[in-house]
Design a protein around this ligand. Structure first.
Ligand code: DC
Length: 231
């Protein structure tokens, strides 16, 4: 590991899908001018890559090899980040529900998690990093000085996802969406390696009844109080 990364400020934001952590991670990173790691995108890229290569999704070693060799580039262009897989723009493709379900499957493989570990740690660059995921505070950056665990009821999360998909013109079934979210939660929390759970030193925020702005203010206040940095 790069010895200098230990001195970089890392703020971890973990939680289930639809908890708002993606949006909040982007907002906090912007406010602090920190780098951003969207670790879920890495698992999604492994899943998409496996399908493209027609690999057997149930073969842990084959999928781990794909994770090791993942040719990915996060091309930051102002506010937007383009995600390139072997040179192909897959920014939108990795967001499909089926890719999310397959990502949850491959993320349960210990060999895949090991293969992606150093790649994630390498995102810790000056002046600091916002790390968004499931195990950022527990496994990837256990030394992070500020940790959040964001949650919300499955119904509230499904409702947010429903609105996002509707805006994109997709036709979605709310009951199916709630069931998918619950199935993914179950898999992410019950797996034996790096299960989705708050770090013991994380501030848990339930955003069911809160606006994005209210959560953002809570997070910035915590960062300010713990790190003494200007927010
Ligand atoms: O955050 P997301 O929906 O893009 O994540 C996709 C899947 O990847 C999710 O089902 C769980 C998995 N994941 C993980 O296991 N560990 C992470 N740090 C991030 C995501």
């Amino acid at each position: 590991m790069n010895t200098t990364t230990d001195s970089i400020i890392v703020i971890t934001i973990d939680g289930p899908s639809g908890s708002g952590k993606g949006t909040l991670s982007q907002l906090v990173a912007k406010r602090l001018s920190f780098h951003l790691l969207d670790s879920g995108a890495l698992y999604r890229l492994v899943a998409l890559s496996a399908v493209k290569q027609q690999a057997n999704i149930h073969n842990e070693q084959a999928i781990a090899q794909i994770a090791t060799g993942l040719d990915v580039k996060f091309d930051v262009q102002g506010e937007a980040t383009k995600i390139l897989l072997a040179g192909e723009d897959v920014t939108d493709a990795i967001r499909h529900e089926t890719v999310g379900m397959n990502a949850s499957l491959v993320a349960a493989y210990p060999a895949v998690r090991t293969a992606l570990l150093q790649r994630q740690k390498d995102f810790a660059q000056a002046p600091g990093l916002i790390a968004d995921g499931r195990d950022m505070g527990t496994v990837v950056f256990p030394q992070a000085p500020v940790k959040f665990f964001l949650t919300a009821s499955a119904e509230a999360r499904a409702d947010r996802r429903f609105k996002q998909l509707q805006q994109k013109g997709a036709s979605v079934d709310m009951v199916e969406l709630i069931n998918d979210i619950k199935a993914r939660d179950e898999r992410d929390t019950s797996r034996s390696v790096s299960p989705l759970k708050p770090a013991v030193d994380a501030l848990v925020i339930d955003s069911t009844e809160l606006t994005i702005e209210q959560v953002l203010n809570l997070m910035l206040a915590r960062a300010h109080n713990s790190l003494g940095i200007k927010v």
